[in-house]
Design a protein around this ligand. Structure first.
Ligand code: BES
Ligand code: ZN
Ligand code: ZN
Length: 500
């Protein structure tokens, strides 16, 4: 993406498509008169008549014939400026991104000041525009042999602002970095289980590590056995594919202290094992590594922006299959931590691989842990498909996290984890823990089980089973993988770095 700034001299705009915000009182927008002089007074009349709508997120495209470069103006309604929020603006830009897939301009000009409000600065607009347009213009072609879906597409960019300002350009670049990482995560989620095996996921992580200079460990079965990761191995037992334990270290300070651990479930396909899923429930389970995608996406942003905070990303990856070797209900296994687990349900495999991943993260020095997983159908029952569920053992850490989620607009809702819940997780005649206490409240039991391995470390558990992919298109992209939590995890690390 080429970025060059331009004073707001509309005659000199060089882009094929120009994006302009129209608010309810657009005539008060500074330089609106200059804009009309360049593009035609009739536009003012069309706004007054409602043919160009000022309603929030309404997009009207008009052709232009009297300008040297600009062939069309894309008007985006932003409604009442007083009611405009960052998230609404991000959504509006998401729709602009989608529109670009239709007209496919080679270059795009964005008149940044036309979007500002008292609370939303030009720099904010630059960031939100890059992020919204970057995510909104994402498409996924998949493996169709005669696809008519457009390629992933972004034009070169021209930012129109009152005076040249490097900070604004850098905000735009950060927005682009965030959107690119989300889109990479979406591709990972959409990739089928026969292509994205644990070995392939490991290779992807290795390349990411090389690109950004992370200290990278991709452990194979033998090393995982040596570490005594009995829980990850139990889930892998029925598979012909080797498991992988992926560790990426980003060291920001001289000492390896004050480390944030991002821990993810990387089940490349979840059949449920002997507690097998139904023929409808099993479809879509290629996405059971949505979190690996979220964690790797966040690491991509961290690698680009290099915040002053040590981070370790751990992903435990395998598929959950059936064979003569597969683990079974009633088995008792020993996790890396030494804690024994009675298996009551082989479909509750995510918490098992996370148990060992969390233990490894702690062993590698993580002082804070965020574990993320497509862990339970229960979170969908509780919160639907648009909210990520959370548990925590630390109010202060959770507050910083919620501030990050507010900033990114990714909705998170916390559920309780009571002593009674913990008792039920610890209830077993033959082992320290059971992996499926049954009844309702699956999300709490799933997360609570992981908490048994986290112990006292400040911890947040995120269940993205509902939010990791969508069945229908939305403002920020098509159906399929959403890349949820990529932005919030990266923002959390950035915030923690700023708190230093
Ligand atoms: N991968 C699933 C959770 C899931 C469900 C993800 C729907 C995405 C959409 C997980 O491994 C699972 O099967 N969980 C069980 C747990 C239960 C057996 C305690 C569930 O939620 O049904
Ligand atoms: Zn499962
Ligand atoms: Zn699963």
């Amino acid at each position: 993406m080429i970025i060059h700034t331009n004073e707001v001299l509309f005659e000199e705009v060089q882009s094929e498509t120009l994006v302009v915000a129209v608010s309810k009182h657009v005539e008060n927008t500074p330089k609106w008169d200059t804009f009309l002089k360049s593009f035609g007074e009739h536009i003012g009349d069309w706004v007054k008549s409602g043919d160009i709508s000022t309603d929030l997120k309404k997009i009207v495209k008009i052709p232009v014939s009297n300008h040297e470069s600009v062939k069309r103006v894309l008007f985006v309604g932003i409604g009442d400026r007083k009611q405009l929020t960052q998230e609404r603006l991000r959504e509006a830009f998401g729709l602009v991104g989608k529109e670009l897939l239709v007209s496919k301009p080679e270059s795009l000009g964005i008149w940044l000041p036309s979007f500002t409000t008292d609370a939303i600065t030009v720099a904010d607009v630059a960031y939100l525009a890059a992020e919204g347009i970057g995510m909104g213009s994402f498409t996924y072609e998949g493996y169709k042999t005669s696809s008519n879906v457009p390629d992933y597409y972004l034009p070169s960019i021209e930012l129109l602002m009152d005076e040249e300002d490097e900070e604004i350009v850098s905000y735009f670049e950060v927005g682009t970095i965030y959107a690119d990482a989300v889109n990479e995560a979406r591709i990972l989620v959409n990739t089928p289980g026969n292509v994205l095996t644990s070995t392939q996921l490991g290779e992807y992580a290795r390349e990411l590590g090389e690109t950004y200079g992370f200290e990278t460990e991709i452990l194979g079965k033998k090393e995982i056995e040596e570490l005594g990761m009995g829980a990850l191995l139990a889930v892998n037992q029925g598979s012909v594919e080797e498991p992988r334990l992926i560790a990426l270290k980003y060291q920001a300070t001289d000492d390896w202290t004050d480390v944030v651990g991002l821990v993810g479930k990387g089940i490349t396909f979840d059949t449920g094992g002997y507690s097998i899923k139904t023929k409808t429930g099993i479809v879509g389970m290629k996405g059971d590594m949505g979190v690996a995608a979220a964690v790797l996406g966040a690491m991509q942003i961290i690698g680009e922006l290099r915040p002053n905070k040590n981070v370790i990303a751990i992903i435990a990856s395998t598929d959950n299959m059936i064979s003569g070797n597969a683990f079974k209900p009633d088995d008792v296994i020993t996790s890396m931590s030494g804690k024994t687990i009675e298996i009551l349900n082989t479909d509750a495999e995510g918490r098992l691989v996370l148990a060992d991943a969390v233990t490894y993260a702690k062993q590698q020095g993580a002082n804070y842990i965020v574990d993320v997983a497509t862990l339970t159908g229960g979170v969908i029952t509780a919160l639907g498909y648009d909210k990520t569920g959370a548990l925590t053992n630390n109010e202060e850490f959770f507050e910083t996290f919620m501030e990050s989620s507010l900033e990114t607009g990714e909705f998170v809702w916390r559920l309780p984890l009571t002593e009674n819940d913990k008792k039920r997780i610890r209830k077993s005649d033959v082992a320290d823990l059971n992996n499926s206490p049954g009844g309702d409240g699956h999300m709490i039991f799933g997360g609570g089980f992981v908490g048994e391995f986290v112990e006292e470390t400040p911890w947040i558990h995120l269940d993205i089973a509902g939010t990791s992919d969508t069945k229908s298109a939305h403002d920020f992209g098509p159906k399929g993988g959403t890349g949820v939590m990529v932005r919030t995890l990266a923002t959390l690390v950035e915030r923690m770095a700023e708190e230093e």
